[in-house]
Ligand binder design. Structure first.
Ligand code: ATP
Length: 140
């Protein structure tokens, strides 16, 4: 059976994840509380739905428990990100990846059992710095 992915929060990060997963032929459910954002992804994702993921009954009705990997890409709203992750964890979702805003956010996410925590801007900054150094070594 094909792996099923869900991405919650369709900002620049979540949105690009939805596009990349779809480009790779994956089944992806795109979720956001904002109707306009959801509309942008209706032709890209397998399904795109408007939902507040801090509401457990909404996540249940979407059958989110059956998805193999859920990405929480809610940005500035730390409370929504943390609560969504907690509900997904309690529902027994197999793998949860969460975008963290800051160290405090990461600490809480670790505590509630997020499987993978990412800081896109920080991680990309580190990667680019390494690339710059290694390319200048090669240049030399
Ligand atoms: P990026 O840099 O990826 O754009 P960002 O931190 O600026 O990240 P936001 O623009 O805040 O990201 O994107 C987060 C998305 O999460 C928004 O589209 C917002 O509508 C959505 N969101 C916020 N709260 C909820 C919620 N409770 N349920 C579902 N989606 C939510």
């Amino acid at each position: 059976m094909k792996k099923q992915y869900a991405v919650i929060g369709l900002g620049r990060f979540g949105g690009s994840m939805v596009k990349a997963l779809s480009d790779q032929g994956m089944e992806v459910l795109a979720i956001d509380i904002d109707e306009e954002r959801v509309n942008e992804f209706s032709n890209i994702a397998t399904h795109a739905v408007i939902a507040d993921t801090t509401d457990e009954s909404v996540l249940k009705s979407l059958g989110i428990r059956n998805f193999q990997h859920v990405v929480v890409a809610i940005g500035d709203n730390l409370q929504a990100s943390i609560l969504t992750t907690l509900i997904l964890k309690e529902m027994g979702v197999e793998k949860i990846t969460v975008k963290a805003q800051n160290d405090y956010h990461e600490k809480v996410l670790k505590k509630i059992g997020a499987d993978k925590i990412i800081h896109p801007e920080r991680d990309m900054g580190i990667r680019i710095a390494h690339q710059i150094v290694s390319s200048s070594v090669l240049d030399y």
